[in-house]
Design a protein around this ligand. Sequence first.
Ligand code: NAD
Length: 499
Amino acid sequence: MNEVNVVGHLINGEMVNDDVRTQAVFNPATGVAEKKVALASKQTVEQAISAAQAAFPEWRNTPAIKRARVMFRFKELLEQNTDTICRLIGEEHGKISHDAAGELQRGIENVEYACGAPELLKGEHSKNVGPNIDSWSEFQPLGVVAGITPFNFPAMVPMWMFPLAIVCGNCFILKPSERDPSSTVYIAQLLKEAGLPDGVMNVVNGDKEAVDVLLTDERIKAVSFVGSTPIAKYIYATANANGKRCQALGGAKNHAIIMPDADMDNAVNQLLGAAFGSSGERCMALSVAVAVGDEAADALVEKMTGAMKNLSVGAHDNASNDFGPVITQAHKDKVEGYITSAQNQGATIVVDGRQPQVKGYEEGFFVGATLIDGVTAGMESYLAEIFGPVLQVMRVKTMQEAMQLINDHEYGNGTCIFTRDGEAARYFSDNIQVGMVGINVPLPVPVAYHSFGGWKRSLFGDLHAYGPDGVRFYTKRKTITQRWPSSGVREGATFAFPS
Ligand code: NAD
C-alpha cells in the first residue's frame, strides 16, 4: 500500500504521522481497504495536549466576537467545500451524497449557533444584591477539552462539539472514528484557513490507546463522547474517576407508535426514510414500529412492503440510490445475524435484505432493506441496537401497551407517535421516558439552538450535547460579588450574614 494514503493527525496546525501502528480504512461499497489511518501512541496524544495547553492562555483572552468571526469564515469554507467533504464521507462511510450533504448541513447549523458566542457568553448580572453591592456570573472556559466521536456522522457529530467548545474559549482535541477519519480531518484543516490559531484545534486519530490518554491526562478538563452504550459507560466512569466533566451519549432503540387513526400513507413514507436512510446507521433511526390494533398493523405491513420495492441500495456517488452499505463486513454479518435470530425466534421476515446483489459492487458491505413482522419483547433482535436497515413491527392492542414497551426498554434516545389525535399525542409526549420526542415527526433531532440527548442508557451525564446545554458544558460558572465603599471601609467587622 502506498504510504501517501495514511491519514495522520492534525497537531498544532500541522499534519503529523510518526506512529508505528496503523489500521485499514475500507471503502464499504467496494470492500477494498483504500487507505490506512495512523493510530496515535500515548506520546502523540500528549504532544497534541501540550499544543492545546500552550495555545489556551491567548485563546482564552481573545474577545468572544473575534473567536466567533473565525466560525463565520469556517462556515463559508464548509459551504464552499461541500462536494469534497461529501465525497470523503461517501468513500469511507458509504453514505449517499444527498445524505452526506444533509449531515453536513446539520453540522453547519451548529457552527452558526457558535457564531453567537458574544451573546451566548454574556453571563448574568444583578445590581444592588445588598447595599452598593453588585453580583454577576460569568462563564469561563475550562481549558483543554476533548471529543471522541463515532463513525456514523463523521462531519456532524464532531461539529456538535468543537465549534461551541472553541468559541467558549477552550482548546480542543478531537479523536474521530478510526473507521472513516478523512472528512473529519479535512474539516479540521479548514479551521486553520478560517484563521484559527495553531494548537486551538487538534485531531488525533486512534483507538483505545489514544482515548485512554484523553481520559486520564490531568490537563484534559472535560470529555464529550458519542458512540455505543458500553463504551459510553466506560468513558463516563473513567473520565469521572479522573476528575473530569463528562457527557457520554450512547446507543438507541427508537420506537414509533402507529395509532389506528394515523395517516398511514404519510406514516409509511416517513418510516421509510427514518428506518432505512443511512442504512439505519443513525442513533435516531426508527427501528421499531409498534402498531396499535391488528388493522393498523396489517395496513402498515402491506403498504410498507409495497413501498420498499422501490428502494435502491448502492454506492455513494450515485444520487439515485436511497442508501449505501454498512460500515464493515463484521457489521454486515452482525446485522444479518440479528435478522436470522428474529426468524429463529419466531418472527416473520416479510422483506429479506440479507445478501443483496449490488451490480459492480459484489464485495461491498451491503444489506438490503428488511421488514420483520411479529417481533416480541423478549427477542434478541428487539433488545439489541441493530444499527442496520431493519424495521421490526410489533403488534399491541392499546396505546398504553405500546408506551409500556418503550418505557421498559433500556434505551431512551428518540421516539415518535403517528396520530391525528392531539390528546393522545400530548399524553404520549408527557409520559414517555425518552429524551427526544416526535409527533408525526419521525426523526425529532433537536435543531442547533436546542440541545440533543437521550434518557436512560442513551446518555450518561447531566447536560445534553450542543445548544444551550453545550455552552454550559464547555464553561464553568464564576460568580463575583463586588462592593466599592465610597471612602474606605467604614463598617466594623461583622460575624453574621448581613440581613
Ligand atoms: P463505538 O462506541 O464503537 O466508537 C465510538 C468511539 O469510541 C470511536 O471514536 C472509537 O474509536 C472509540 N472506542 C471504541 N472502542 C473503544 C474502547 N474500548 N475504549 C475507548 N474508546 C473506544 O461506536 P461506533 O460504532 O463508532 O458508532 C455507533 C454507535 O454510536 C451506535 O451505538 C450509535 O447509536 C451511537 N451513536 C449515538 C449517538 C447519540 O447521539 N446518542 C449519535 C451517533 C451515534
